[in-house]
Design a protein. Structure first.
Length: 85
């Protein structure tokens, strides 16, 4: 049986317009949002070559990252959370 944490993690959430431009329209579970976000980052080669933990945002991601040009992956998770409800 699923624990509460797992079901909360898998619960589809509404996706903001800014985030939907990157990962597609919601509702999506948080795990799926993260997976699609990484697919987008890899497809557009946005991972920093020197420091793999950093993401160099393009215009679409800047809207999700609150205007920041570079964020690390831990900060990214926090910023993306603001776009899920």
């Amino acid at each position: 049986m699923a624990t509460k944490a797992t079901s909360a993690f898998m619960k589809p959430l509404a996706v903001s317009e800014e985030l939907a431009a990157v990962v597609g329209k919601g509702p999506l579970p948080r795990s799926e949002v993260v997976k699609k976000l990484w697919a987008y980052i890899k497809k557009h080669d946005l991972q920093d070559a020197k420091n793999k933990r950093n993401i160099n945002a393009d215009e679409a991601l800047k809207k999700v990252f609150g205007g920041k040009a570079t964020v690390n992956m831990f900060e990214m998770t926090k910023l993306v959370s603001k776009h899920l409800s």
